[in-house]
Design a protein around this ligand. Sequence first.
Ligand SMILES: Cc1cc2nc3c(=O)[nH]c(=O)nc-3n(C[C@H](O)[C@H](O)[C@H](O)COP(=O)(O)OP(=O)(O)OC[C@H]3O[C@@H](n4cnc5c(N)ncnc54)[C@H](O)[C@@H]3O)c2cc1C
Length: 391
Amino acid sequence: MHDAIVVGLGPAGSAAAYTLASRGLDVIAFDKETFPRYKSCGGCISTKIERILDFDISRVYEDTVYGATFTYKSGRTTDIMSDRPVGHNVMRDRFDALLVSKAGEAGSKIVEGCRITELRDEGSHVVAKCGTGQTYRARFLVGADGSSGLVGREVFGLNPRECAVSVTAEIPYRKEELNVSGRLFIDFGSIPFGYGWIFPKKNFLSVGMAGDAAKVGGRVKDYFNAFVSSHEVLKGLKIKEKIGWTVPIFYNGAAPSVKGRVILAGDTGHLVDPFIGEGIYYAIRTGEAAANTVAECVDMGKSDLGAYQEWLSKEIYPEFRAAEKLSDLVYNHPRLWYSILEKDPLVMHKFYDVIRGEDNCDSFYNSIYQSVTSRPWKILRRWVESKFLAS
Ligand SMILES: Cc1cc2nc3c(=O)[nH]c(=O)nc-3n(C[C@H](O)[C@H](O)[C@H](O)COP(=O)(O)OP(=O)(O)OC[C@H]3O[C@@H](n4cnc5c(N)ncnc54)[C@H](O)[C@@H]3O)c2cc1C
């Protein structure tokens, strides 16, 4: 009987296993893959991640991001650069492998190449069965098995179809031939309710496009193809493999992340920022918080994991609700949003502070909303101008 089983060793599971083991618990953590493994992702982590990890991850940084070059439908370029870092770009295979190794060093038993296929909450403990037929028992189970993961689906009944769909590709490039370092490339307006991106790494450009599944209507590959063939930075570069993945949509706190002795962290619990799809930071943060709740229950001989649900309601949901309002504003009116950025780059500088964790999304949304509603004529002018400027 272990204290805890962790299912999945992405950022959420690794953070949970690391925290549990660091607190002296007996933890066994499984992943169906063997690390390093590929994960379809932009791989941009915000600088606020450094504040929640107690070890250094800078050795896997491939580039430091100071801002972005924005486009509207691949045209109307606007550079908005800061003098301070906003984030760092990583390749997920190296980043995730580093987190897994830290969980192992802290004392977690790591089992790679082992898919968990069945789960049972027996009341006094949980049982997890792996693909090889072996069963494991523990007092608690942390579900961290990613987007449309088994734990979220089977134990909590979450719907994997409520997601954004994406297509990504890693495009090899030569740094000496393409000067793209220090920035992201973000495109609005080319896909319904979403955006396109190019995130430069050392040897690859991570290129992708994501949009709300219901609104994209099965055409995500078409939008992606149109984006890569029209974007200036990608001209002449060859794409070999395209990969589809999903980003779960926030349930607005309507679905619980705690059930009996099972607790959800990261994508499997739909705990992803609904505006920009930032999920790595929230996976780590919720993984750590879930693990702390489990550790307190083990220490005190309790079984009620409700403290985690309260923590989510207080610390995470308000931010996500504000991000959701922002995403409605921006993705329903991408041209208007873009013309605001063009005329008033300070807006994006404020948002960089939100990404850095120095301001919160709610106050950012309120400031945008107030400026839109208090000066409607100005916004209307931008809207009209943007129509004439549009290519
Ligand atoms: C196209 C795309 C671009 C993105 N870009 C960014 C970005 O730039 N920045 C950012 O912050 N976020 C980004 N995200 C979101 C981010 O990738 C996720 O939020 C993050 O990976 C969530 O971490 P996780 O640990 O919850 O899940 P994952 O990273 O998906 O890890 C889950 C792990 O569980 C394992 N697993 C699954 N099922 C089982 C099973 N049954 N048994 C055992 N193991 C199992 C998997 O192998 C995997 O290793 C992006 C997402 C997508 C799809």
